[in-house]
Design a protein around this ligand. Structure first.
Ligand SMILES: [Zn+2]
Length: 689
C-alpha cells in the first residue's frame, strides 16, 4: 500500500498539441552510452513544409555538438530556450525537405531511491540514462521534435549488449552483434511525441489476433510475464468488442527501474514494485489499456478540457466493479460522492471543462471521479445501447484526432436522439453539484390505498435532472422517475399497500453534494482540516512522539500544533480538529469514541476482534465533541513497536473511518455506519393502523 499515491497517478501523458499543418517523418538513430549518461543521435527528417518562414524543433538544453544539414549543405541555426530554429528560404516553403540533425546529449535527472507519496507520476524525472536503465519522456527533448507537426518515426537504438529499448509503435526486432544490441521500432501513426525506455529486459510475446501483447521485464520479474500477457489479452478483447479494433500493433507492459506509473500509446511503464502488487493486474493495467482507445487513440483537445480520465475511469476501474457486483458498483459511485463532498470546497471547485491533468486530490476528484459520474449519468439518460454505440461512433470517427467535450456531446446526442445541451452546460461547463433533500412527505389513505406526496427541494445554484424515487411497501418497491428543477419539485405517488420507506436516488445515480450527515468521518477529513491540534496523551511513551510527528507530516497537516493532554483547554479543543496520540484520559475524548470500538489500557476490541499484541495499532476518525463541522482522530499503537511505520501508512487510507494494524500491516479498515440521510423518509410503524 506504500505505493498507493503512485498508483492513483497513472495517467495518459499529454505533451504538445499540433495544428497538423506540416508533417515530419523521422529516421532516428540513437546510440546509448549508459556509463556516461549520454546518447549520440542522428535524425534524418523528411519535412513537408507549409508557408512558415522558420522551422522550430523542441530539443533539450543539454544537447551539444549539434550539426544541421539541409539537403547536402551544412546549415546555420539558432538555439532559443529549448528550441532549435531554422530559417527557410522562399523555395524551401511548401516543399519537401531533407534535414539531418546530429547531436550529443547528457540526460542525468536524479532518480528517487526511495518512493514517496506523490501526485507526479514520474517524480519530476523527465530524462535519465544510466547503467540501471534509461527513461526518456516525450518532453525531454532527446530528439528534435518539430513543433506543430504530425510525425512518424523509424527508430533504431544501439546499446550495450543485452540492453533492449522499447517505445511506441511496432517492434522490428532486437538483435545482438559485436557487443551491442540494436532495437528497431516503427511508428506509422501520427504521434504527439515519443518516449523511450531501455534496460536489460527479457522480452515475452503473445499473439492476440493481429495484435502483439508483450512484456519487457527485468530478469528477476520474469515470473510475472505469463499472467500479465494473459490479462492484457483479456483487456484487448474486452475493449475491441466494446469500442472497435485496437489501434496499435502491440501493447507492452514495460518495467521501469524506479516506481512510476505511466500510460503511453501502446505501452505502460510501471516500476517493478508496482508490477508485483497483486491488484495492479485487475485495476491499473486495464485502465492503461483503455487509454489506448481514449486519450492515446482518440486524442484529447486539452485546450477544451480533458475528458479522457473520466471516461477511462468509467470504462475501466468502474466497469470492473460493475462486472464484479451491483454492490461494488454502488460503493464506487458512493465513494466518488464522498470524495467530492470531503475534498472539494466551493473555493477550490472548478468546471470539468477546465480539467487538464491531475496534480492533487482536488484535480483528481473533479477530473476523474466527477467526470466518471457524468458518464454514468449520460448512460442512465440515453440508455445502454445508445451509450456504448456513441463511444463506438466516436472512436471510429475521431481516432488520432483532437477531440473535445463538444465532440462527445454530439456523439451522445446522435445516438441518444435528444439534445444534451442543458446537460453539458450544467455538468461540464459549470462547476458545483446540486444539494437536494426530500421534504414535506405526507400520506393520505383513500379507498384505493395510499397517496404519498412530497417535494424535492434544493439550494441555489439549481440543477435540473431526472431523479428516481423508490417507495417500499411490505409487498413491493414502486419506482418512479421525476424531473427535478428549481428550488422545489413536488411529486405524488400511489400505493395499494401501506408505505414503509421512501428513498430519493436510491442507487446514487446523480452527482450531488452529500450532506455532512451522510459522510462518516474519514482520514481525508483530517488531511483537508484547516487547523489541527495534535494532543499527546498523558504518560505517553516518548518513542510515540516521534510517530506522532511522522503521522502529522505524512498527513500533510496544515496549521498543526502539538500539545500535551494536560495543557489542552476547552477553547483550543473547540476551535480545531483534534488528533489524539495514545489512550486519552480526558472524558471529553472518551465520550466521542463510538460503541463499535472498545478501548482499554493494553488492548482494544473492534467488530468482535480482540487486539492485544504489543504490535497492534488503532487509528480512527470520529465526530468532534464540540464542533459540528470538525473531526477528532485517535492514533493508538499499543506500544512503540512499528508505530512509526504505521504512522507513515495511514495517509494512504484516506477514505476510511478506521484502520487497525498488526506488525505494521493493515488488518481491518472500514466506515462507521451513517445513520441519517435527507433523501430517505421512514414511516413510523407505530403510527400505522
Ligand atoms: Zn488515466
Amino acid at each position: 500500500m506504500l505505493f498507493l499515491g503512485v498508483l492513483f497517478a497513472f495517467d495518459s501523458v499529454a505533451t504538445v498539441s499540433w495544428a497538423g499543418e506540416s508533417s515530419a517523418a523521422h529516421n532516428l538513430q540513437i546510440e546509448l552510452v549508459p556509463t556516461q549518461m549520454k546518447l549520440i543521435g542522428q535524425d534524418e527528417i523528411t519535412v513537408k513544409t507549409d508557408n512558415r518562414k522558420m522551422l522550430a524543433f523542441r530539443i533539450s538544453e543539454n544537447l551539444t555538438q549539434i550539426e544541421v544539414v539541409v539537403g547536402n549543405e551544412p546549415r546555420s541555426f539558432d538555439i532559443d530556450s529549448g528550441r532549435l530554429l531554422l530559417d527557410l528560404e522562399a523555395h524551401e516553403q511548401n516543399a519537401e525537405l531533407q534535414i539531418q540533425i546530429n547531436y550529443h546529449g547528457i540526460f542525468d535527472d536524479p532518480v528517487p531511491v526511495q518512493p514517496v507519496n506523490t501526485d507526479n507520476p514520474g517524480y519530476g524525472v523527465t530524462g535519465t540514462i544510466s547503467p540501471k536503465g534509461t527513461f526518456l519522456l516525450a518532453g525531454a527533448g532527446w530528439y528534435p521534435e518539430l513543433i506543430n507537426s504530425r510525425a512518424t518515426y523509424r527508430i533504431e537504438i544501439v546499446a550495450p549488449a543485452g540492453t533492449v529499448a522499447v517505445t511506441a509503435g511496432g517492434s522490428r526486432g532486437h538483435s545482438t552483434e559485436d557487443g551491442q544490441t540494436t532495437s528497431t521500432w516503427q511508428v506509422d501513426y501520427p504521434v504527439r511525441g515519443l518516449a523511450l525506455s531501455a534496460a536489460r529486459y527479457v522480452v515475452q510475446e503473445k499473439k492476440v489476433g493481429t495484435v502483439t501483447a508483450a512484456t519487457y521485464l527485468l530478469p528477476q520479474n520474469q515470473h510475472l510475464a505469463a499472467s500479465y500477457l494473459q490479462a492484457t489479452a483479456g483487456y484487448l478483447g474486452l475493449y475491441s468488442d466494446l469500442f472497435g479494433a485496437y489501434p496499435f500493433e502491440k501493447f507492452a507492459v514495460v518495467e521501469n527501474f524506479f516506481p512510476t506509473g505511466y500510460g503511453f500509446p501502446s505501452y505502460t511503464l510501471m516500476g517493478g514494485t508496482v508490477l508485483r502488487l497483486p491488484f495492479i493486474i485487475h485495476t491499473s493495467l486495464g485502465h492503461e489499456i483503455a487509454h489506448c482507445w481514449w486519450g492515446n487513440g482518440v486524442y484529447v483537445d486539452y485546450a477544451a478540457g480533458n475528458w479522457s480520465e473520466g471516461l477511462t475511469t468509467y470504462v475501466a476501474d468502474y466497469l470492473f466493479k460493475e462486472m464484479k457486483s451491483k454492490k461494488a458498483a454502488l460503493d464506487a459511485r458512493r465513494q466518488w460522492l464522498r470524495n467530492f463532498a470531503t475534498l472539494v470546497r466551493p473555493e477550490n471547485d472548478f468546471a470539468l471543462s477546465r480539467f487538464r491533468s491531475r496534480y492533487d486530490p482536488v484535480t483528481k476528484t473533479i477530473g476523474y471521479d466527477k467526470s466518471a459520474m457524468v458518464f454514468h449519468m449520460i448512460r442512465q439518460l440515453i440508455g445502454e445501447e445508445a451509450f456504448w454505440g456513441s463511444l463506438r461512433d466516436l472512436y471510429r470517427d475521431r481516432l488520432f484526432r483532437q477531440t473535445s467535450w463538444i465532440d462527445l456531446q454530439r456523439a451522445f446526442e446522435n445516438r441518444g436522439q435528444r439534445s444534451l445541451q442543458n446537460f453539458f452546460e450544467q455538468w461540464i461547463f459549470r462547476k458545483g453539484a446540486p444539494q437536494f433533500s426530500l421534504k414535506a412527505v405526507s400520506t393520505t389513505q383513500n379507498s384505493e390505498g395510499w397517496q404519498i406526496s412530497g417535494k424535492i427541494t434544493q439550494d441555489p445554484p439549481y440543477f435540473g435532472f431526472a431523479l428516481r424515487l423508490a417507495l417500499e411497501t411490505g409487498q413491493q418497491t414502486i419506482k418512479e422517475t421525476i424531473n427535478v428543477s428549481g428550488p422545489e419539485t413536488t411529486f405524488i405517488l400511489n400505493s395499494v399497500a401501506a408505505p414503509l420507506r421512501l428513498t430519493a436516488d436510491p442507487a446514487d445515480d446523480i452527482f450531488r453534494r452529500l450532506y455532512s450527515s451522510e459522510i462518516p468521518p474519514a482520514v481525508n477529513a483530517l488531511k483537508s482540516a484547516s487547523s489541527v491540534v495534535t494532543v499527546l496523551a498523558d504518560q505517553l511513551d516518548p518513542a510515540l512522539e516521534k510517530a506522532a510527528r511522522t503521522l502529522a507530516l505524512s498527513l500533510g497537516l496544515k496549521r498543526n500544533q502539538f500539545i500535551p493532554e494536560a495543557e489542552l483547554d476547552r477553547k483550543t479543543l473547540a476551535e480545531n480538529d483534534v488528533l489524539l496520540i495514545g489512550r486519552p484520559r480526558n472524558a471529553d475524548f472518551t465520550k466521542i469514541i463510538p460503541g463499535a470500538i472498545d478501548i482499554r489500557k493494553k488492548s482494544f476490541v473492534l467488530e468482535n476482534a480482540v487486539y492485544d499484541s504489543s504490535s497492534d495499532a488503532f487509528f480512527g476518525v470520529f465526530d468532534h465533541p464540540y464542533a459540528g463541522d470538525r473531526i477528532a482522530a485517535l492514533f493508538m499503537p499499543l506500544s512503540s513497536k512499528y508505530a512509526d511505520i504505521v504512522a507513515a501508512k495511514i495517509t494512504h487510507y484516506g477514505k476510511y473511518s478506521y484502520l487497525t494494524f498488526r506488525s505494521g500491516k493493515n488488518q481491518a479498515k472500514g466506515f462507521w455506519p451513517v445513520e441519517t440521510s435527507p433523501l430517505v423518509y421512514h414511516w413510523d410503524q407505530r403510527n400505522e393502523d
